[in-house]
Design a protein around this ligand. Structure first.
Ligand SMILES: [Cu+2]
Length: 441
């Protein structure tokens, strides 16, 4: 039976509240509907989602819908929207074009607002999808930097401040779905779909499930062509991954961990546990994972001519110790692109640390990484650039004209300048009719 498109309504209220991250461990959070994460928003492909956001904080905010291919005016950034002032309400309204694991988060003063909990999952299902699992869970990964009294801290001294700017804020308190080391209950013999979302400021989450193999079935922009079996996978800030976990044996206790990943920070990376999976009584399984999940048509060949070059780098700054740069500048206005004109962007990272590149409102395909074609095709909106690397991405701007942006998804780097605004313009008009010069971010 064909799915009848529906309108799905949600109310989100941003406010300050007390939140228990563990028994007896309470923080003053900022978030939506008094919970971290916000309630998961769910819809089906083709549905219209209407989300009324009331701001009960003492400062302005907006919401960015990470990964959703929606109109520019709904993207939630400072160039497309007046921030929602304290006491005001704004209605976001858009159709859900793609199935997948998406998320939303504030896009004003992110290093404070997101750090304190202003994020949630947005799941879009496709009723025609063939994947069947016994259960489904969403895991939003985060960390918070708290002092001994569970307060959020900002480094006061110059060197710690430079370190946090350099590394991004990496917390000492690890969270899955707003809780410290939660118990995850599963049944023996069953297989579940786990949707991981890295909503942290800067932490590289290197997923490891007790060494057990799991299957990756989806990335940022929905299903892969075929499942890929691994026993670890890196998830950088902003990225999502759908995996099939299990079957496990009754009585097993398995840690969900992040392995150490050296992204060239001052802070040394360690292997750390985020949650414990407790395996209960055996149950029968109805899971079915087809070998062919879907077809992803290639947007371009590896040797397609480059239409734009983007360089991520770090330079000295008298005021802050260092600046985070795009093409040698901070907070950049990049050239427009024309709707319907294939984009082949060569993005290089000449700095000595990793940066996750995020493009708003579009999916891209990585067609080359350091001279090689990637192992499999996937739709992405966030992709990690290791030091000294160069990738080529292909994407096709459609008719959603207006302002968009790309940036490093380490929030402190974004704030320190590693971001650019650009416009998607009508392909039938010439460039100099358009000259938005904006410097907000
Ligand atoms: Cu960065």
């Amino acid at each position: 039976m064909k799915h009848q498109n529906q309108t799905v309504g949600y109310n989100l209220t941003a406010s300050k509240f007390q939140w228990d991250i563990a028994p007896g461990k309470t923080i003053t959070a900022w978030g939506f509907n008094n919970q971290i994460p916000a309630p998961a928003l769910k819809g089906k492909v083709g549905d219209t989602m209407v989300i009324r956001v009331k701001n009960d904080l003492e400062e302005p905010t907006t919401i960015h819908w990470h990964g959703l291919r929606i109109p520019s005016s709904m993207d939630g950034t400072g160039v497309v929207q007046e921030p929602i002032k304290p006491g005001e309400t704004f209605e976001y309204r858009f159709q859900l074009p793609d199935a997948g694991t998406f998320w939303f988060h504030s896009h004003v003063n992110e290093t404070v607002q997101m750090e304190r909990g202003m994020y949630g999952a947005l799941i879009v299902e496709d009723p025609a999808e063939q994947v069947i699992t016994d259960a489904e869970k969403i895991f939003m990964i985060d960390d918070m930097k708290l002092d001994a009294k569970n307060r959020f801290t900002k480094p006061g001294w110059l060197f710690p401040r430079i370190k946090e700017r350099h590394d991004g804020r990496q917390g000492n308190t690890l969270l899955i779905n707003g809780k410290e080391n939660p118990m995850i209950n599963v049944h023996a013999g069953q297989r579940e779909r786990w949707r991981f979302i890295n909503s942290s400021s800067a932490r590289y989450f290197y997923l490891y499930i007790g060494g057990k193999p799991f299957q990756i079935i989806g990335t940022d922009g929905g299903l892969l062509e075929s499942p890929i079996t691994v026993n670890k996978i890196l998830l950088t800030p902003g990225e999502r991954i759908d995996v099939i976990a299990g079957p496990f044996k009754e009585g097993e206790n398995i840690l969900i961990e992040s392995l150490a990943y050296n992204r060239m920070t001052f802070l040394k990376s360690k292997r750390q546990a985020f949650a414990t999976v407790q395996v209960g009584k055996e149950r029968s399984s109805i899971t079915n994972i087809p070998e062919k999940l879907r077809k992803i048509e290639p947007l371009a060949q590896q040797d397609a001519p480059v239409t734009r070059k983007i360089k991520f780098s770090v330079g000295p700054s008298l005021k802050n110790g260092m600046n985070f740069l795009i093409n040698n500048k901070v907070h950049v206005d990049d050239k427009p692109v024309k709707a319907g004109e294939l984009q082949i962007w060569e993005i290089s990272n000449t700095s000595l640390m990793d940066h996750p590149f995020h493009l708003h409102g579009e999916f891209f395909q990585v067609i080359e990484e350091n001279g090689k074609a990637p192992g499999y095709r996937a739709w992405k909106d966030t992709y990690n650039l290791i030091p000294g690397s160069t990738i080529k991405i292909a994407w096709m701007p459609d008719n959603r004209l207006g302002m968009w942006m790309y940036h490093c998804h380490i929030l402190e780097h974004h704030e320190a300048g590693m971001m650019a605004n650009f416009e998607v313009i009508d392909g039938s008009k010439d460039d100099n009719q358009h000259s938005h010069h904006v410097h907000r971010h």
